[in-house]
Design a protein around this ligand. Structure first.
Ligand code: CAA
Length: 287
């Protein structure tokens, strides 16, 4: 498929990443079907897109008419079959668990047209393993956005063992058409490039706190004023979701070894439901 044949994009999962990707796709002019398993989840995602578009318009990053037109292009849906039935590209952003993603792909394969290309927004999981659940592993690759998608320029385009050049070229061009800067990742290894660097940094920050070697604000000050990063390690963990970082680490620990052992503080936060900004409380309090 060529980029100019792409009209409809189905985005599966309306959480932090899913709704952000849907917003980016709608701003680029695509018709977007945003799907989640419950009415409440998909409505929250839709409301977040509306909030974000209004914020962008308020800050004059886009025009008010552009914001309105983008929102009009998004259809919130619960029915998976309906969401993917006329999709040219399916971007999946469901929770970062191999079994959940595999189950979703099994269902998507039944309903999506043969031409549809599948792109997973997984942060770390094996693209090859996921692609093998479908009957079209050559039409499958990684398309990894960063949080918040509407503000972050990078997209990792990751090749699985079976991804065809045509698929990788299409997804690279698709990212460019969304005003993003794609980086091709040749090796399908856990965490790809960004999370291989970033998530261990979050983990080390948590170990420092766990060992009582520094406070959160001391650690965050060093990230911002020493390393020149836009956010402190704890601020960023709250932004991306502590559960997301934790699941990536668990997978890296399992596949890459003990250097990636998650700090128990992260597990505690996840168990307590203190996941970061999205739950109102993480390392910091947002209520
Ligand atoms: N849509 C629209 N507006 C948004 C927004 C969104 N999704 N998210 C935040 N904003 C708004 C804020 O509400 C704030 O508005 P107010 O000023 O009215 O309060 C405003 O944007 C802040 O924007 P600024 O440009 O003034 O602030 P900034 O220069 O600090 O930029 C940022 C914000 C781009 C998020 C910047 O802090 C940044 O780059 N942070 C690092 C993010 C990062 O590293 N993300 C990658 C995480 S890793 C990942 O996602 C991968 C994974 O798999 C785990």
């Amino acid at each position: 498929m060529e980029l100019d044949e792409v009209e409809t994009i189905a985005v599966l999962g309306a959480g932090n990443m899913g709704h952000g990707i849907a917003e980016v796709a709608a701003l680029a002019g695509y018709t977007v079907n945003l799907r989640d398993i419950k009415e409440e989840f998909v409505q929250n995602g839709y409301d977040s897109i509306e909030w974000s578009l209004n914020k962008l318009a308020e800050k004059e990053r886009i025009g008010a008419d552009e914001a309105e037109a983008a929102l009009d292009r998004v259809t919130p849906l619960v029915d998976l079959g309906e969401a993917v039935a006329d999709a040219d590209v399916v971007i999946e952003a469901v929770p970062e668990k191999m079994d959940i993603k595999k189950e979703v792909y099994g269902e998507v394969e039944e309903h999506a047209p043969d031409r549809a290309v599948f792109a997973t927004n997984t942060s770390s999981l094996s693209i090859t393993e996921l692609s093998e659940v479908t009957d079209r592993p050559e039409q499958f690759c990684g398309m990894h956005f960063f949080n918040p998608p509407v503000r972050m320029d990078l997209v990792e385009v990751i090749s699985g063992a079976h991804s065809s050049d045509e698929t990788l070229d299409l997804i690279t061009e698709l990212a460019e058409s969304m005003d993003k800067t794609p980086v091709r990742v040749r090796k399908d290894s856990p965490g790809f490039i960004v999370n291989r660097i970033l998530v261990p940094q979050m983990n080390e920050a948590a170990w420092i706190l766990h060992e009582d070697a520094a406070t959160m604000s001391e650690v965050d000050s060093t990230s911002k004023y020493g390393l020149g990063l836009p956010m402190g390690a704890f601020e960023l963990a709250d932004q991306v979701g502590i559960d997301v970082g934790y699941h990536v680490l668990e997978y890296m620990h399992e596949t890459l070894g003990d250097a990636y052992e998650p700090c128990p503080l992260l597990a505690e936060k996840v168990e307590e439901g203190n996941l970061g900004k999205k739950s109102g409380k993480g390392f910091y309090d947002y209520e």
